[in-house]
Design a protein around this ligand. Structure first.
Ligand code: ZN
Length: 145
C-alpha cells in the first residue's frame, strides 16, 4: 500500500518551530488522527518534551503524558498515527529509529536542518524497510470558515 500523510499546514509549521526552538536537542511530537485506506489524516499535533538524557542524539517522552494522550485520542476515535522528531543528522531513520519503528509501527517523521533549512521526511516500515511516503497539506481550518 502506498500511504500519504495529510497534515494541516499550521500544524506542520508548529512542528518546524518546535524543532527550531529545540535546535540543540532532538525535538519530539506525537501526531494523532485516523487512517482511512492509504491516507493518514493528522487531526492534531502534540508537542512533547524530550526527556532523554542524551537529548542531542536521542529522544524519549514521559510515558504517563503519552498514556494520557493515547487515552484522550481513543475517546475521540483517534489513534497515534505518527511520531515526529528532529535530527542533528540527515532526515533518515537511524539504527535506533529502525528498531523503534518496529515497536511503534506508525508513520515516523524525521526533520533535519543539516543543509541550512528544515527538511522533513515521513517513513513507514514495510517488510523491514523504511519507505518514504509523501507529506501533503490538508485544507487549512481557516479556509473552511
Ligand atoms: Zn532519530
Amino acid at each position: 500500500m502506498h500511504y500519504e500523510l495529510h497534515i494541516f499546514e499550521q500544524d506542520f509549521v508548529r512542528l518546524q518551530q518546535h524543532a527550531e526552538t529545540n535546535l540543540l536537542s532532538e525535538a519530539v511530537a506525537l501526531l494523532f488522527g485516523i487512517i482511512s485506506e492509504d491516507i493518514v489524516w493528522v487531526n492534531r499535533v502534540e508537542l512533547m518534551e524530550n526527556e532523554s538524557k542524551e537529548s542531542r542524539t536521542a529522544f524519549s517522552v514521559n510515558p504517563e503524558n503519552e498514556y494520557k494522550l493515547l487515552i484522550e485520542a481513543e475517546a475521540q476515535g483517534e489513534s497515534l498515527v505518527g511520531i515526529y522528531h528532529s535530527h542533528p543528522a540527515p532526515p533518515e531513520p537511524s539504527t535506533t529509529d529502525l528498531r523503534n519503528m518496529r515497536l511503534n509501527p506508525v508513520i515516523w517523521l524525521i526533520a533535519s536542518k543539516l543543509t541550512g533549512s528544515w527538511i522533513t521526511r515521513a517513513y513507514i516500515l514495510q517488510d523491514g524497510n523504511a519507505n518514504e511516503i509523501s507529506i501533503k497539506y490538508r485544507n487549512s481550518i481557516a479556509s473552511d470558515l
